[in-house]
Design a protein around this ligand. Structure first.
Ligand code: PGA
Length: 255
């Protein structure tokens, strides 16, 4: 099974819409068609920059995917401060993160909420990127696989094999996010492979089609070794995606 690589830049609460236009334009100057044939590339700006980035992508016909960092599961209604999946789909958003560890830890997102978000995203023909990962305490207590598979099954609860195939999973150990402390390729691959096994036990062959990314202090120096692992299909990149030079080097990890 050949799964196309996917490199996603999560800009978090950084870069205003004017800066975002510049970053995506600079990124596009550094990538060529051969790169996009080899890997899918997406950027995930803050809500306020989505429209601007979408306009650049469309006007310049860039083969860069557009992602959002979060959404609400309801279609519309009295949810002040929230944005629905339908609103994102109307903006030609392709990917939406669900259950990033910062959302879980800082904004109280539960597996049930994440599951509803994943379903709302899929119902608008966008691709959810379901994020899972253990804290340092959980890793040291030997709970990594239990925590990760719990979040995985919780996030995908009630979904059939087609829906699971249309979902991207991102394994992001919380202790590696923004810390400069990347999981070793072996540690990352061990958990990513366990995720694929868990998917296979529940959804059979669909597991071989699901793209699983690694995230947590990915940079131009460590991406190649991560991508060399059979089960790791790409990266979810935070800090290093804000700089077009470093993000382009990550996208072109084989060079
Ligand atoms: P980082 O963030 O690359 O800055 O560690 C990754 C993420 O949170 O998605």
């Amino acid at each position: 099974m050949v799964r196309k690589g996917l490199i996603v830049g999560n800009w978090k609460m950084n870069i205003n819409h004017l800066e975002a236009i510049q970053v995506v334009q600079k990124l596009s100057y550094r990538l060529d068609l051969g790169d996009y044939e080899r890997v899918d590339v997406a950027v995930v700006p803050a809500f306020t920059a989505l429209r601007s980035v979408q306009t650049v992508i469309e006007a310049d016909r860039l083969p860069i995917g557009l992602g959002a960092q979060n959404c609400h599961w309801e279609e519309s209604g009295a949810f002040t401060g929230e944005v629905s999946a339908g609103m994102l789909a109307k903006l030609s958003v392709n990917y939406v993160l669900a259950g990033h560890s910062e959302r879980r830890a800082l904004f109280g997102e539960t597996d049930d909420m994440v599951n509803r978000k994943v379903k709302a995203i899929l119902s608008h023909q966008m691709t959810p990127i379901l994020c899972v990962g253990e804290t340092l305490d959980q890793r040291e207590a030997g709970e990594t696989l239990a925590v990760v598979t719990g979040q995985l099954m919780g996030g995908l609860s009630g979904m059939d094999a087609d829906a699971v195939t249309s979902t991207v999973i991102a394994y992001e150990p919380v202790w590696a996010i923004g810390t400069g402390q990347t999981a070793t390729p072996e540690d990352a691959a061990e958990v990513v492979s366990a995720i694929r096994v868990a998917l296979g036990e529940r959804w059979g062959d669909a597991a071989e089609h699901v793209r699983i990314l690694y995230g947590g202090s990915v940079n131009a120096g460590n991406i190649a070794a991560l991508m060399a692992k059979r089960d790791i299909d790409g990266g979810l990149v935070g800090g290093a995606s804000l700089d077009p030079d470093s993000f382009a080097s990550i996208v072109r990890y084989w060079i």
